[in-house]
Design a protein around this ligand. Structure first.
Ligand SMILES: NC(=O)c1ccc[n+]([C@@H]2O[C@H](COP(=O)([O-])OP(=O)(O)OC[C@H]3O[C@@H](n4cnc5c(N)ncnc54)[C@H](OP(=O)(O)O)[C@@H]3O)[C@@H](O)[C@H]2O)c1
Length: 350
């Protein structure tokens, strides 16, 4: 994505990020600051996370912090007053939490999304981009089911507005994001414990937070209302991921693993574009576009793809070297090891 395109889309804009204190929120805000927005508004519930973020941006006059909950329509609409672009990243995203408290997931991921949509229309927002996940495709767990409905709500053609365009972006596991497997493995390795692996053949799509943000910005510039964008990405077998992290941190090639069995609501492989969606998807060099129904019916400018579902078992499987490079670039070890600081832990180099 060229800088002028992004400047054109983001310069002088008032931008609100729901879930702005989360992993995605932090990264997109860092990136947005490069494109001269008029202001960036963080919208989330916990004041401690907002306080810490405000401290880290002390002296930067562009950031505004709004305490609020997407479950609360009035507050969400108030936070969107005067806003041009909304990135909707507020979510309950941990599979086990959503299994234990399904209706909490309904309230945040479904009712909250509906509030974001209604509030954006009422506040006259120009563009809303909502972040979705591979777990929303053929969902088997509550988190995925609620994110699937979130997509439908965001792209609902029957409740739309000429003024506000709505887009979704779907991607797989973000390497090292809060609550993901890399920080978990990192802690086990620090404690010299075997890595808990659910199943030796399990695969997951992998991308870095930077790549996730680039995809969202791409969709912001290129997308039309009703579009759902998916980026092509590699996958890794979970034991390979764990072993690569252990090798990078300890130098041991045969770090022990412990097979613990699959948990409720887990799939062996994830899917980013289902067979049922593929027939009307368009394939670009690095992306799939699942267009709105209206656009896919007239098919103009769309080129159908000829494969079955796009699954983490069928995409490029990262080699050990590629995983090592990805983890190093993401700062889990090597010269820029930010994970050390994030965890406040000294890594033993034995
Ligand atoms: N991480 C991944 O691997 C991954 C993969 C695919 C898609 N995604 C999607 O990307 C989005 C962002 O994920 P993330 O990794 O950044 O998650 P995260 O680190 O857990 O951040 C979630 C953010 O949402 C806020 N939030 C939660 N409930 C809220 C509510 N009811 N109202 C307002 N704010 C609320 C949280 O702050 P408070 O708790 O203070 O409110 C936090 O700022 C999610 O939609 C997720 O489904 C993530």
């Amino acid at each position: 994505m060229e800088k002028p395109d992004l400047l054109n889309a983001l310069k002088s804009k008032r931008i609100l990020v729901t879930g702005g204190t989360g992993s995605f929120g932090h990264q997109i805000i860092r990136e947005l600051l490069n494109y001269d927005p008029e202001s960036i508004h963080v919208y989330s519930r916990d004041e401690k996370k907002q306080y810490d973020m405000a401290m880290s941006y002390r002296g930067n006059g562009l950031l505004r912090f709004n305490i609020g909950d997407v479950r609360d329509f009035d507050r969400t609409r108030e936070a969107m007053r005067g806003v041009d672009i909304v990135f909707n990243a507020a979510a309950l995203k941990q599979v086990p939490n959503c299994e234990y408290a399904p209706f909490e997931a309904v309230k945040t991921n479904i009712v909250g999304a509906n509030n974001v949509r209604r509030a954006a229309i009422e506040a006259g927002v120009q563009t809303v981009i909502s972040i979705s996940t591979d777990k929303a495709v053929k969902p088997v767990n509550v988190m995925g089911m609620t994110k699937a409905i979130q997509e439908r709500i965001m792209l609902d053609p029957t409740y739309s507005s000429d003024q506000t365009k709505f887009l979704c972006v779907r991607y797989g596991n973000v390497l090292g994001s809060r609550g993901s497997v890399v920080p978990l493995f990192f802690d086990f390795i620090q404690k010299k414990l075997p890595l808990p692996i659910t199943h030796p053949d399990m695969t997951r799509f992998q991308l870095t937070l930077k790549e996730a943000v680039q995809l969202v910005l791409w969709a912001t510039v290129k997308g039309e209302s009703g579009d759902l964008w998916v980026q092509k990405m590699p996958a890794a077998r979970i034991p390979e991921l764990g072993r690569a992290l252990a090798y990078g941190l300890t130098g041991k090639k045969d770090y022990p693993i412990n097979i613990i069995g699959m948990r409720p609501g887990e799939k062996m492989h994830e899917v980013l574009v289902s067979e049922e969606e593929m027939w009307r998807a368009a394939e670009l060099e690095n992306h799939y576009l699942i267009p709105s129904w209206a656009k896919s019916q007239n098919k103009e400018g769309l080129q159908n793809v000829n494969i079955s579902e796009y699954s983490s078992a069928g995409t490029h499987q990262l080699t050990q070297d590629e995983i090592l490079k990805m983890l190093e670039m993401d700062g889990w070890f090597g010269p820029n090891a930010k994970a050390k600081a994030a965890h406040g832990i000294e890594i033993s180099e034995e």
